[in-house]
Write a protein that binds this ligand. Structure first.
Ligand code: TXA
Ligand code: MG
Length: 321
């Protein structure tokens, strides 16, 4: 990617247009965070419900002060140690932050992505709102081709190749005490607790979701879903058909007597996370009718913190939550 393309795409942003850009998690659909019409365009383009707020992406800490009313001590520690990185912080918002961004909430989500192209781009454009660059309901895009598949091949995408993490950022509310995680991600609850010295409830996410009181509205919508049915291997919904894509991850997983295509990640959970959404999209392209995933062993969660995030995204794709 050359400097000219960054400058050219930054011009589009300044004209109120949308540009997709890579981050370490997934591709974002960027728009000028200070343009109400550009922000509205994001919702329209994605087909996103208006009550699902957006994350503001920044390239330096000064930009955070344009949006956050104040920066609590715990938030400062997280920013110092984990930014740039796959961590979104929810702050009390400044009064002039656009309502369209926050869906009328009194808080605003901010993150600094750990991706050179993204940071160089935002430095030129100023702060950008950026939801994942997929049509609402589709899996998040982890490659430029995914964005073009959803929005057409002429859509402007800063091409950074495949994303290194592949699952969306951890979302943590630092505007309340105790802190709460609304969406698990690569940055784990344990890391956040260690850095801040705060206790963070394991159940925060599940309680949030089941109560239906959507503190983080995105959590109530179905996400990440291919057209193929997604199920755990143990589900009674599993059909015996060749049109099955199996995703295994344990070393001891069965493989011999299955119809369909079998992929085994051999305990490389980061690789599974990196490829999950691409596998979902591939399943549709290649005409599989189901994607069957080996359940995670409960004891593995402690040692592999990415499993919380993987489990969360897979149950959403299945439609269990
Ligand atoms: O990794 C990521 O976070 C990617 C990349 C592009 O940065 N972005 C992303 O954005 O996943 P999106 O729009 O797909 O998800 C944003 C999530 C939603 O679940 C939304 O409800 C939540 O953040 N959120 C945004 N603002 C919030 C707020 N003020 N309070 C609570 N949750 C908020
Ligand atoms: Mg999304």
């Amino acid at each position: 990617m050359n400097k000219t393309q960054i400058t050219e795409f930054a011009e589009l942003i300044k004209k109120g247009k949308l540009v997709a850009f890579p981050t370490e998690t997934v591709y974002g659909l960027g728009a000028d965070a200070w343009s109400a019409s550009a922000v509205r365009k994001v919702f329209k383009t994605k087909g996103r419900p208006a009550d699902n707020p957006l994350i503001v992406h920044v390239s330096d800490e000064k930009m955070v002060n344009e949006f956050a009313q104040d920066i609590p001590e715990a938030a400062q520690k997280l920013m110092d140690q984990l930014w740039p990185g796959p961590l979104t912080l929810i702050f009390k918002k400044k009064p002039d932050v656009l309502d369209a961004i926050t869906s009328g909430l009194d808080t605003v989500a901010v993150r600094m992505p750990d991706h050179k192209l993204a940071l160089d781009f935002i430095e030129e454009t100023g702060p950008l709102v950026a939801p994942s660059a997929n049509r609402s309901g589709h899996p998040s895009p982890t490659r430029p081709e995914h964005v073009w598949a959803d929005f057409g091949k002429d859509f402007p995408v800063l091409d950074g190749g495949p994303c290194t993490i592949g699952l969306e950022s951890t979302v943590v509310d630092v505007s309340i005490d105790p802190l709460k995680i609304y969406r698990p991600g690569f940055i784990s609850r344990r890391q956040i607790a260690r850095i801040t010295g705060h206790k963070i409830g394991v159940q925060a996410m599940a309680i949030e979701q089941k109560s239906g009181a959507a503190k983080s509205p995105g959590q109530k919508y179905s996400h990440y879903t291919p057209s193929a049915a997604v199920n755990w291997l143990t589900s009674s919904q599993v059909k015996d058909t060749e049109q099955t894509l199996y995703l295994f991850h344990s070393n001891s997983a069965p493989a011999d007597d299955l119809q369909g295509k079998v992929i085994n990640y051999k305990e490389d959970y980061n690789q599974l996370a990196r490829e999950l959404y691409d596998r979902f999209r591939q399943a549709d392209i290649e005409g599989y009718i189901q994607v069957i995933i080996e359940p995670f062993d409960k004891v593995s969660f402690k040692d592999n913190e990415i499993l919380d995030a993987l489990h969360n995204r897979i149950t959403k794709a299945i439609g269990e939550e």
